[in-house]
Design a protein around this ligand. Structure first.
Ligand code: ZN
Ligand code: ZN
Length: 139
């Protein structure tokens, strides 16, 4: 994080010194979406760090920052979105952010559909005995 030149130009037309690269997630390297700042100072999208946390917990490992490996927020403590960074990004890169949000939303829907499909399969496995009786009804 380099010091920004304060040109005292309230006009806001001075975005040149700030690019979207200044606001990327340390996990997906895309524009931060709902930025969460870890206790080490790295920041991540909410969905990225949540997925990372879930993965680590599933593997029964401590939740370290994927970048610097320092211990992150306690697993029992919910992540907090940094409103200020989010608003800054919204202000500076509204279009990129909207595109990002769309992408992530689509991925989330796809994942949800996938989970639902898995769930349905698990359910139908549970009903396996019933299905065995209906072998001819293939799907
Ligand atoms: Zn991310
Ligand atoms: Zn870190």
């Amino acid at each position: 994080m380099t010091g920004l030149e304060h040109e005292a130009d309230e006009g806001g037309a001075h975005d040149a010194s700030l690019s979207a690269n200044n606001f990327t997630c340390a996990i997906c390297f895309e524009l931060l979406l709902d930025p969460v700042v870890g206790s080490c100072g790295h920041d991540f999208c909410m969905h990225c760090i949540t997925a990372w946390k879930d993965e680590r917990q599933r593997a029964n490992k401590s939740i370290q920052c994927p970048v610097c490996r320092s211990e992150l927020i306690s697993p029992y403590q919910p992540f907090g979105v940094c409103i200020r960074i989010r608003e800054t990004i919204e202000k500076l890169f509204p279009e990129q952010l909207a595109a990002r949000r769309r992408d992530v939303e689509q991925a989330r829907l796809a994942a949800a559909a996938h989970a639902a499909a898995l769930n349905a399969r698990a359910l139908s496995d549970a009903a396996g005995r019933a299905r065995a009786a209906h072998n001819s009804v293939g799907c």
